[in-house]
Design a protein around this ligand. Sequence first.
Ligand code: IMP
Ligand code: MG
Length: 180
Amino acid sequence: MKDIIQLHDRHFKVMITAEEIDRAVEAVAERLNADYADCDTPIFLGVLNGSFMFLSDLIKKIEFNNEITFVKLASYEGTSSTGAVKNLIGLNSSIEGRHIVIVEDIVDTGGSIQHMVELLKAQNPASVEVCTLFFKPASYSKQIPIKYRALEIGNEFIVGYGLDYDQLGRSLKDIYVVSE
Ligand code: IMP
Ligand code: MG
């Protein structure tokens, strides 16, 4: 693991190691395994691009029958939220009457997740819960309950394990934070 890396114009240092991430993913998987044990085939809805690594590790720890699908809702450029929200793409089959677990890389202000939950609830699923790898409580300003949060952080900008800085850094197995 490199201590300091450069992505575009910024330097980043390690903040959370792959081992710590794995422990947090394990803990959230245990909660899901308990809560969904008696549910009829929930659908994990991974939000692209950021959640691909979290979902692939999380799902290996899930013990109940499940379906997996990916959707896209992009709203972020650079290191600050643009506030703009876009439409949901990729959901081709009906979710009516189904139990949905949205899998996100990070919930920051909550704008994206609120928009996504509203779009999904309009399709009458049996339930919708949010499972996010990272949650920024100081930044979150919405009412949607974020039931499953693997890790909570401050308002710092992070990259790695799926999360990017203008598309770079997603493949890093540890989490890095801006160092200057
Ligand atoms: P929100 O709508 O403000 O909650 O922003 C959510 C989206 O912004 C996430 O799905 C990420 O794509 C992006 N985002 C927010 N914070 C970070 C960060 O610290 N690093 C990388 N992307 C972030
Ligand atoms: Mg995202």
